[in-house]
Design a binder for this molecule. Structure first.
Ligand code: NFS
Length: 667
């Protein structure tokens, strides 16, 4: 019998906090996703998209001489159908999240959810404008905030099932982009309709033309990016505040040895914002003290973490592959989850500890977990109940092993804040960013986003590509688990610019006081990146469309279907997108061509899957330089920059005065 492969922690992750806990799990024989990824060999047929199980005549595995399924479906059709089903599911997940927030706003505005309200009225007014909601009455007087909020919520909900026309938010894209969508017939008619339409097409006996299927995937994903996700971001900002920078910490070291630790995990801010408030309640803090704890400590995992991080500075415990590891610290009294990216593997791990895993969404129950269903009308009451339960577990805590590892970070870069940082309150603008790109101080912009994937050493590709890019003067913006990887690495402080960024990027970061890697939020907040790109395109100097900008989207460790939807809407918006890991359409050369060259001809963006970090960086920089050349911008030349700025001060201060003056001003 073959010897079982051993899990080597240093090969499974490059995060020292994760490595120590993976090692511990191996020592005590607790099964985690790292162990399971080692034990389960991925099915090579499914991995390439070649297994069709859309009807009961199959599953048909199109390998070897089998080039058609029982119904006659070709490899192209099967591979494309599998891919677009992923896009539809990802769009559904993001968009349904947006819908739930719109209903929360409606409940709040109508007085049925008394714990919620409009926290950012400016954002409400802006969104009212996009959704054609009047903010003034017939006499020109400002309507009451709650009336506007109600109408905004209803208009937002209407976008999901819009009867005629197309999504209102599409007009937020540059004119040229809107024109391309119209010419290609891919402007989404409503959010839900495109998802249903795409799923309908993949039923047996429907759309059996790979290119045609992929065309609808573009439309469906646009309903996510410029619809469901953008609404999710906007309404979260209205309800919970638009993010601005805040100082906090990232990695498992944020857990506390002498406080009640509660982890919030999942994606929606609705309950977690209430848990944040409940954890500050003096009565509950006293209750925690009565159980022997010093207080209550909250930390987040995945995108719920990103939501509360961006707005409240709640520290990050870790990203997707750290969810089981957090429980292995033995220091977590409760893990409270809502929707998406929650591993069922949490249950057996939590069973070994005093940790209570609590599901809260009406859409998510996990066998073996406690279910406390969330209800907006009793939000604070439920949050308090959850916090109280966590406190009750504190006396059951045994030995803990919290890695003493965390890094400071400054998140909170909403597009509104970036505008403000670059231009101030009265003349907020992206002009300085465009100017820096045009001059070549910033070579280009990369959005590095997406998940962890247990098939790829945890955080390794995120860390590699981000380091290489900022070294080469590329400004990196991030969301999701990619952002958490960079935060843990310590890249999200302005000081990082001195140490790692290339000379031009460093000058910009010093001038504005920003990190070279900007945390822009959760995965639905990729809509913030679309907004920034649109503004850059309309600001002038970088062409007139998103496709003209020297920018690339990366998801080097992707694994979720939401990532497929994000990648597809970024391509449909004109971006070049590279995803790491396995190519899910590798079973068909034709589909691989259709999503790259094929989509580039239609919409200007292309999607590629590349496994090696070096190649991802090479293609990214080549694309940025190609776009710079097409715009007639000067060739990237880092030797021009870095002769000014605070970053040189430590080195200059060591020089005698005369030499220092000469170094600064020349002889
Ligand atoms: Ni995005 Fe966020 Fe992480 Fe991936 Fe999951 S948490 S929505 S899907 S795993 S980045």
């Amino acid at each position: 019998m073959a010897k079982k492969k051993e899990l080597i922690p240093e090969e499974a992750s490059c995060d020292p906090a994760a490595i120590s806990l993976i090692g511990y799990a191996c020592d005590v024989g607790i099964n985690t996703s790292f162990e399971r990824a080692k034990d389960i060999t991925p099915c090579p047929i499914g991995a390439g998209g070649l297994c069709c199980r859309n009807c009961a005549m199959g599953p048909c595995r199109l390998v070897g001489k089998t080039d058609r399924g029982v119904c006659g479906a070709t490899r192209e059709t099967v591979v494309a159908r599998n891919f677009v089903r992923g896009v539809a599911t990802g769009s559904a997940a993001h968009s349904d999240h947006g819908r739930d927030l719109a209903y929360t706003l409606l409940e709040a505005a109508e007085g049925h959810a008394p714990d919620y309200g409009v926290r950012d009225p400016y954002k409400l007014m802006e969104v009212a404008g996009y959704l054609n909601v009047d903010t003034k009455d017939e006499d020109g007087e400002r309507r009451p905030i709650n009336e506007i909020a109600r109408d905004v919520a209803l208009a937002a909900i209407g976008e999901f099932g819009r009867v005629r026309g197309e999504l209102l938010y599409l007009k937020r894209a540059p004119q040229k982009r809107q024109q391309i969508w119209h010419e290609q017939g891919i402007s989404p008619r409503s959010i839900d309709r495109e998802i249903v339409d795409l799923l309908h097409r993949t039923h047996i006996g429907n759309d059996q033309d790979a290119e045609h299927l992929l065309q609808e995937a573009l439309r469906c994903s646009l309903g996510d990016g410029w619809g469901g996700s953008m609404l999710a971001t906007d309404i979260s900002d209205i309800l919970f505040g638009t993010p601005a920078p805040v100082l906090t910490q990232a990695n498992l070291g944020v857990l506390s040895d002498d406080e009640v630790n509660i982890i919030i995990h999942g994606h929606e801010p609705t309950l977690s914002e209430m848990v944040v408030a409940a954890a500050l309640d003096p009565e509950l803090i006293e209750y925690a003290k009565s159980k022997g704890a010093k207080g209550i400590n909250l930390a987040g995992i995945c995108c719920t973490a990103n939501e509360t991080l961006m707005r409240d500075g709640i520290p990050l415990a870790g990203n997707f592959l750290q969810q089981e590891l957090a429980i292995l610290t033995g220091a977590v009294e409760a893990m409270v989850v809502d929707v998406q990216c929650i591993m069922q593997g949490l249950v057996p791990v939590a069973d070994k500890y005093h940790t209570e895993l609590i599901t809260t969404s009406p859409k998510v129950k996990i066998t073996g977990a406690t279910h406390i269903q969330f209800d907006e009308s009793r939000a604070m009451e439920i949050a308090r109940e959850i916090v109280r339960r966590a406190i009750d577990h504190y006396p059951e805590r045994g030995e803990t092993r919290i890695p003493d590892i965390s890094n400071p970070m400054v998140p909170g870069f909403s597009h509104e804040y970036i505008d403000y940082a670059l231009g101030g309150f009265y003349r907020g603008s992206l002009r300085p960013l465009n100017d820096a790109i045009m001059a070549g101080r910033i070579r280009g912009v990369v959005a590095n986003i997406g998940c962890n994937n247990a098939r790829i050493p945890h955080d390794s590709l995120h860390n590699y590509v981000v380091t290489e890019l900022i070294k080469h003067d590329v400004l990196v913006v991030e969301t999701g688990c990619g952002a958490i990887a960079s935060a843990k690495l310590g890249y999200m402080t302005p000081e990082t610019a001195f140490e790692i960024a290339g000379p031009g990027l460093r000058e910009v970061c010093e001038t504005v006081g920003i990190p070279p890697v900007l945390h822009m939020g959760s995965c639905v907040d990729n809509s913030r990146i679309l907004t920034v790109l649109s503004q850059m395109a309309t600001e002038g100097g970088l062409g007139e469309d998103i496709a003209d900008i020297p920018a690339v989207g990366l998801a080097p460790e992707w694994m979720s279907e939401k990532a497929l939807s994000i990648a597809t809407y970024c391509v449909a918006s004109g971006a070049y997108v590279i995803m790491g890991g396995r190519n899910p359409v590798s079973g068909s050369e034709e589909v691989t061509r259709l999503i790259s060259e094929g989509w580039e001809e239609k919409v200007g963006g292309r999607l590629e899957f590349v496994e090696e970090g070096e190649e991802i960086v090479r293609r990214t920089l080549a694309h940025i330089d190609k776009k710079r050349a097409a715009l007639g911008l000067p060739e990237y030349d880092p030797s021009q920059w870095g002769k000014s700025g605070d970053g040189r001060m430590p080195e200059l201060l060591d020089l005698p005065f005369e030499e220092r003056i000469e170094a600064i001003y020349g002889s």
